[in-house]
Every structure is written in C-alpha cells, then in structure tokens.
Design a binder for this molecule. Structure first.
Ligand SMILES: C[S@@+](CC[C@H](N)C(=O)[O-])C[C@H]1O[C@@H](n2cnc3c(N)ncnc32)[C@H](O)[C@@H]1O
Length: 259
C-alpha cells in the first residue's frame, strides 16, 4: 500500500486520469502483476510472441503506434525500438517507473492521450456521448498494436456515468454505451491504412476450486470478431486473488486486421 501511495503522488496526473480512476488502476496493475507474476507469465510471453511473429506483416519500418501501452508487460519494446525508427506509446497514464525503465531509447515516445476521445466531454456533460475516435489516423504508421485494452476502455467511463449522470441512467442504457465504446475502438482500428495487431480478451469465466465454470460472459462485446489467428487462456486472478473460492480466467484472442 505504501509503494502504491508513493507511486500515486510521484506520477504526473491529468484530471481525467484521477477522476476516472486510471492512475489508481495503473498503480494497482503493477502491484497485482507482482502478486500474480508466475500466473501471468505465459500470457505475457504469448502476447510478445504474437507481436514478434506478426510485426513483419507491415511493409515499412518507419513508425509503430502502441495503443494502451501501460507498463509494457505484453509488448516486446526492445525489439520494436530496434526495428522501427519511431515508437509511439499511447496511454492515459504513463508511470514514472515505466518511463525510466526505457529512457535509453531515444526513438520511444510516451504520449498521454485518451484513446476513446470521450473523457473530457463526459466530465463536462455527465451524460452519454458517442464519438468515433480519429486521433493518429493521419500519421501514416506502418504498424498499430492494440494489446489488451479493447475490453477495458468502457470500464471507467461506465462507472463514472453510473454515479454521475443526471438523470440517472438505467443498467441497459449504461450497457449500450459500454458496448458502443468497445465497438468504436474496433472500428477505429480498421480505419488505419496499415496492419493492426489486436490482442483482446473475448470471454471471462469464473471457476470454483474444482475448476468447474460457474459463470461465463463476454463483457461489452456484442459484435463478431473475425476468426482469431491464435487463442489462449489467461489466468488473470487465481484463488484467492479474485475471491477466496473463485478464480477468474479470460480467453484471449489475437488478430491481425487490415491485411
Ligand atoms: C490491461 S492494461 C494494458 C497493458 C499493456 N498492454 C501492457 O503491455 O502492459 C490497459 C491499459 O489501458 C489504459 N487505458 C484504459 N483506458 C484508456 C483510455 N481511454 N485511453 C488510453 N489508455 C487507456 C490503461 O491505463 C492501461 O494501461
């Protein structure tokens, strides 16, 4: 907890990063990763391998855009920095510790931006806003990577509206909004004129101590994906990280869009 507090106060924070809970979530993610490291290792390796195996599907090597780069647990950053002239990392929060770890790479840029392009408007209006994102589309990247953010994008926004929207929104209205945010990211990726590596969880299951599935859902994904190139299970929260008697796993699907 003390480490988390120090990281919180040491980090540069935008109003959105604080209000929507991104900063706290980013710090919590680092701490959770420390506790679950051995369980997350295979998922992290599979993500890095998938990016490594598919990054040559782009024709040029001038620039790569990584959306939701976070602590870079799932990104082969050293390889990208060696292979591309410019590496742009986009996240709503870049922790000081992550920036310092890669500060020797002068071609790596940490850019703070809201990928949904909705947060400042939501903060002002406190009501449902939908917008197709458009930032970075005009920059002619050779490759775009979206790794484990698609299902995350609506989470804090939905929570915010659930508490702050006036008049209050129903669960159906909130779900509709969350689905739209997720779908808009998927459509946004397809607007780039280069290959896009998309890695995302597509199913969440809860399992009891005996490994029996007690619940399965696809949170805020109400559209069809193409057939994935690869799929695996990510042991996100083994017992007792999520609950005393329940473990949480996610099916992860990996695609290359726009080929
Ligand atoms: C599960 S983490 C991704 C981890 C990352 N791919 C890695 O290699 O470690 C999700 C990331 O999405 C970021 N994020 C969530 N909503 C965002 C938004 N609206 N704009 C930009 N980044 C966002 C979070 O800050 C977090 O770093």
């Amino acid at each position: 907890m003390i480490c988390e507090l120090i990281a919180y106060f040491n980090s540069y924070k935008t109003r959105e990063a604080r209000v929507f809970g991104h900063l706290y979530e980013s710090i919590a993610l680092i701490e959770r990763e420390k506790r679950c490291r051995s369980y997350w290792l295979s998922h992290r390796t599979l993500c890095k391998n998938f990016i490594t195996e598919n990054m040559n599907k782009c024709s040029g090597k001038s620039s790569v855009l990584v959306l939701g780069s976070g602590p870079l647990h799932e990104i082969p950053l050293e390889l990208l920095a060696r292979s591309f002239e410019k590496v742009d990392l986009i996240d709503v929060v870049h922790l000081k510790s992550t920036k310092e770890r890669y500060s020797q790479h002068k071609n790596v840029h940490f850019i703070e931006a809201d990928i949904t392009e909705l947060e400042s408007e939501l903060l002002k209006s406190r009501k449902v806003v939908n917008k197709m994102p458009s930032q970075f589309l005009d920059q002619n990247y050779d490759l775009v990577i979206s790794a484990n953010i698609l299902s995350q994008l609506s989470y804090h926004l939905r929570n915010f509206l659930e508490k702050k929207a006036r008049p209050k929104l129903s669960a159906e209205e909130l779900d509709l909004f969350a689905n739209q945010v997720t779908f808009d990211h998927f459509l946004y990726l397809q607007k780039f004129s280069c290959p896009v590596i998309l890695i995302t969880d597509t199913e969440t299951v809860l399992q009891d101590k005996q490994g029996r599935v007690i619940e399965s859902e696809t949170p805020y994904i109400n559209f069809s994906f193409p057939v994935p190139i690869k799929e695996w299970w990510w042991n996100v929260a083994p017992i007792p990280e999520y609950q005393k008697n329940i473990a949480l796993k996610m099916k992860v699907s990996a695609f290359v869009l726009n080929l």
